[in-house]
Design a protein. Structure first.
Length: 116
């Protein structure tokens, strides 16, 4: 019997309260143009190298905010990444811990950057 479920991740959803504000913030920190279309009034696809991220304001609530990082953003230079995010005035929840650190997006979703 074949397995109909592939061992691939198609996309990752992040719940956000304001789709345009979230689009602008994520595009800014990732160096992406914020000129893509908001789909159906609540979705914005961040074009990533690898698995895309979908910002979704329809699924946002206090209960859906990520309390643990659902993934990590890669970096080649953890100290540079930390200083860069510091310049963006993010709320850090950790300092650099070996090769990673955690911070929050404007909605309080916990995110991670990791040097691989």
């Amino acid at each position: 019997m074949s397995k109909p479920i592939l061992n691939q991740i198609g996309t990752t959803f992040i719940p956000v309260s304001d789709i345009e504000r979230a689009r602008d913030w994520y595009c800014d920190i990732l160096g992406l143009p914020a000129d893509g279309e908001v789909l159906f009034g609540h979705l914005y696809i961040l074009p990533m190298n690898g698995t895309d991220i979908v910002l979704d304001s329809k699924i946002f609530s206090e209960e859906t905010i990520y309390k643990a990082p659902p993934f990590h953003f890669n970096t080649n230079h953890i100290e540079e990444a930390y200083e860069y995010m510091k310049s963006k005035n993010v709320e850090f929840t950790t300092d650099i811990e070996g090769n990673w650190f955690n911070f929050k997006d404007p909605d309080g979703n916990l995110l991670m950057v990791c040097q691989c």
